[in-house]
Design a protein around this ligand. Sequence first.
Ligand code: ADP
Length: 181
Amino acid sequence: MARQLGNARLEVIVADITTLRVDAIVNAANSSLLGGGGVDGAIHRAAGSELLAECRTLQGCATGGAKIIRGYRLPARRVIHAVGPVWHGGGRGEDGLLASCYRRALELCQTNGLVSLAFPAISTGVYRFPTDRAAGISVRTVAEGLSHAPIVSQVIFCCFSDASARLHEQALAGLGGPCVD
Ligand code: ADP
């Protein structure tokens, strides 16, 4: 499913994000930026050990923040490491921290001249963020953030299950705007 929002096409797919040929894929990293399980592990494996070597130079990243590096052996040119919050029940600023990841990733696209990017469902794996709530935050934050990142013309919500894709499609439908093929 895809929707046009101003200059940008927003789409929901089910795929392994490491296979996508876009300007940047976002990693759901932890604050060490030195690798982990889930999508993080998959990205490190697919990109090769040079990615880890560059990660070691970054000295970690705060929760809600994002840092950009090269894509090495990935089809994607760049990897944006975003550090989502661990879900503790919602009273520790989790919503705002998750939104910040999506905003910061878009800002990095704007400053680095990147037009296409793909997000995984940050924090919805081992960090246990409720999946429906996270889908709504991701789609709304990207829709709002695009006005500050006009260079971005394609945003892919790269889900890893049909259930996750349905939640993102519902959130996308809630935005309005024309549906496109
Ligand atoms: P977090 O620690 O932020 O929760 P996870 O990697 O555990 O990160 O999970 C984040 C999301 O990424 C989950 O929805 C998970 O199903 C999904 N995921 C795991 N592997 C991949 C992959 N190769 N491509 C896209 N999404 C993935």
